[in-house]
Design a protein around this ligand. Sequence first.
Ligand SMILES: NC(=O)c1ccc[n+]([C@@H]2O[C@H](COP(=O)([O-])OP(=O)(O)OC[C@H]3O[C@@H](n4cnc5c(N)ncnc54)[C@H](OP(=O)(O)O)[C@@H]3O)[C@@H](O)[C@H]2O)c1
Length: 256
Amino acid sequence: MTRPSSRTALITGGNRGLGRAAALALAADGTDVVLTYRGNADEATAVVGEVEALGRRAAALQLDTTVPGSFAAFAETLAATLQDVFGRETFDVLVNNAGYAGWTPFGEMTEEVLDELLAVHVKGPILLTELLAPSVADGGRIVFVSTGLTRFVANPAYSAYASAKGAIEVYTKYAAKALGARAITVNVLAPGATATDFAGGVIRDDEDYRAMISGLVAFGRIGEPDDIGGAVRAIASESAGWVTGQRIEASGGQAL
Ligand SMILES: NC(=O)c1ccc[n+]([C@@H]2O[C@H](COP(=O)([O-])OP(=O)(O)OC[C@H]3O[C@@H](n4cnc5c(N)ncnc54)[C@H](OP(=O)(O)O)[C@@H]3O)[C@@H](O)[C@H]2O)c1
């Protein structure tokens, strides 16, 4: 099989936070990037500019990953973009990153919050991945984004959030089995506490919280987005082609 000269990645929620960091890390590694954004087109355009400044091609497409009814139209727009901007019919790396935290202390669970968390962390990523899998090139990479909270209970109020992430960790193994015949690896990255807008920015902005978490981390600090960008780049790299169906934690050794 002739490999295209440049790889192309699709990253959901690439306009800020870990998705942006993944976009820049992959671009620095020679990968072109399609990133999705939900509402903030200006942020997405800025990341496109940052990728282009690294010498790679980039495009931004709107997508709400909690609206599966929009996925077919998104797939058509993606196909047209791959053709027009990248001269491709396929892409090589899918990073299912978009998502947010939920706050569900025991006894205060609501159906609405549970449905929202399952929609963004389970339903959307699974349906999008199965829809787009035929467009992932043989030998490609699929990365789901979970959380360290599936392994340790840092705060009981993350029960629904962590449980939803746990579901995608299980699905990762089934998808890896399904796509192995095409040499597509499917892995799930579990970041530890990382300084982004996540959970209202508390990990980044609250000094006391930072200090408390840092004390639980082998490296003695919380994660920065580039730490996670580097982990995505490693899992998506061509040299990681024999690693599949795995949960890979990138937390600097949180709660060991
Ligand atoms: N930061 C951490 O400590 C940490 C740790 C473990 C796992 N994670 C996971 O890492 C992923 C990225 O989080 P982050 O820290 O980068 O948070 P962030 O800075 O808040 O960014 C979240 C991204 O997800 C997008 N998004 C949220 N809901 C969406 C939806 N329904 N449709 C499409 N896009 C949506 C956001 O788009 P908008 O800009 O439109 O809102 C944004 O681009 C999430 O899955 C999160 O659960 C984060």
